[in-house]
Ligand binder design. Structure first.
Ligand SMILES: Cc1ncc(COP(=O)(O)O)c(C=O)c1O
Length: 412
């Protein structure tokens, strides 16, 4: 039997939801958009100097020495145990009153989203998302065979009025209501917008009225450069309808793969039961030790200074260079600017020209549950240097000008 016959034979054994999503790109496929000479505005990665290699190395040394007997055992030692308290304290400092029993540790926020999806979603359930939304979450939700309903955002985050109107219409028409609303309220990926405080209150009311849970995914909330911070939705939750997801990926480093859920104890119990395989206790111990050894808040201030510089350069360059008809978000924190090209420009078609000019970005279509977003793009300012960002936006403006006047461009 040839290899392809054999793999065709195996295909029929995959789960329905796997077969249905098989031709879709794999999680992380966007990382393959590269052009070696071009400035990459693709990655939502921290810039290299933001990563605390030395302090993390020291933390591992201390854990291995101090918890000598247990650091490498299944359950880990005292430092691994201490991470839950670290998370509880950090949550409290953001107004989220929780206990150790209300915390579930994960290998990053993505793992947390997957565990929540696994715990709550049945095939054909409905899940509500922002449109656009974090593409990693969209891909995960598709794995569960659910109907994904998208709701637009404006400069104040999710359009809660439109969401409420749709919920009412669904109820009246006896159509399925969502079980979960997945939202990234602060410096949303990909738009950079933040959900206003009054809309947070309103979402909690809607969750009560229409009986759904709010999954609040907040990796960027601490990376605010301007303005004031609305309270986390979880901090306003007195009915247990909010499942909060957080991560150290953006405040320490993505490579440590450490995230968590804060939710009602009854939910956390089920997450723990569903999520087999145990925790990476050595790393958890090192993260706990790192948080004990460094001034975490001062570290965040430093990160914010680094990201603010990058954001400012990107916004200034967009102002200076982009042709009329283009518009973009002006985030007060986080990693991303969301760009809308002038009418008639398809972001995916523009990408090869943009790469030739010296920049890459992620086309907007990646971030929708349907086929919307063709003239939008996510520009990440988190990874490149400020000078590279300026060059990248200049290249993007040149490519956009060319696409707007293809005849002139071909005369060049
Ligand atoms: C909204 C959102 N959630 C989750 C993640 C992934 O977090 P983690 O690296 O902890 O899996 C990201 C970005 O990488 C994100 O933008």
């Amino acid at each position: 039997m040839s290899e392809s016959d054999r793999s065709d034979g195996v295909k029929r054994l995959f789960a329905d939801t796997v077969r249905e999503t098989m031709d879709g790109a794999a999680y992380g496929a966007w990382r393959t958009i590269t052009a070696p000479e071009a400035v990459s505005l693709v990655f939502g990665f921290p810039y290299p100097d933001a990563l605390p290699n030395e302090a993390i190395g020291d933390a591992f040394d201390v854990v291995l020495e101090t918890d000598h007997e247990d650091a490498l055992q299944y359950a880990g030692g005292d430092y691994a145990d201490a991470i839950t308290n670290t998370v509880v304290e950090q949550s409290r400092s953001r107004g989220i009153e929780c206990t150790a029993e209300e915390v579930h540790l994960t290998n990053g926020a993505t793992h947390a989203i997957d565990t929540v999806a696994q715990t709550f979603l049945d095939p054909d359930d409905t899940i509500a998302v922002e449109a656009p939304s974090f593409m990693g979450a969209l891909r995960l939700f598709r794995n569960y065979g659910v109907d994904i309903e998208g709701y637009e955002l404006d400069e104040n985050g999710l359009d809660v009025d439109a969401f409420a109107a749709d919920l009412a219409a669904r109820e009246a028409a006896d159509e399925p209501l969502p079980k979960l609303l997945y939202t990234v309220p602060d410096f949303q990926n990909p738009t950079g917008v933040t959900l206003s405080a009054d809309r947070r209150d309103r979402l909690l009311e809607l969750a009560e009225t229409y009986d759904f849970l709010i999954v609040e995914d907040d990796p960027y909330g601490q990376l605010r450069f301007d303005g004031s911070t609305p309270p986390p939705i979880k901090s306003l939750d007195d009915t247990g309808r909010v499942i909060r997801i957080d991560t150290f990926s953006k405040t320490i480093a993505p490579g440590i793969r450490t995230g968590w859920v804060v939710a009602d104890e009854a939910i956390v119990r089920e997450l723990e039961r569903i999520n087999a395989g145990g925790e990476n206790v050595l790393t958890l111990g090192a993260v706990a030790r790192y948080c004990e050894a460094v001034d975490f808040e001062a570290g965040i201030d430093e990160l914010c200074a680094g990201y603010r510089k990058r954001r400012d350069r990107m916004l200034d360059a967009l102002d200076e260079r982009m042709p009329p008809g283009a518009s973009w978000s002006e985030p007060e924190g986080g990693f991303f600017v969301w760009l809308e090209f002038p009418d008639g420009i398809d972001a995916e078609e523009l990408l090869p020209t943009a790469a030739e000019e010296g920049v890459t970005f992620l086309p907007g279509t990646y971030f929708y549950h349907d086929d919307a977003g063709s003239n939008q793009a996510r520009l990440s300012f988190s990874y490149a240097t400020p000078d590279e960002i300026e060059d990248g936006i200049a290249a993007l403006a040149r490519a956009t000008h060319k696409a707007m006047s293809p005849v002139e461009a071909s005369d060049d």
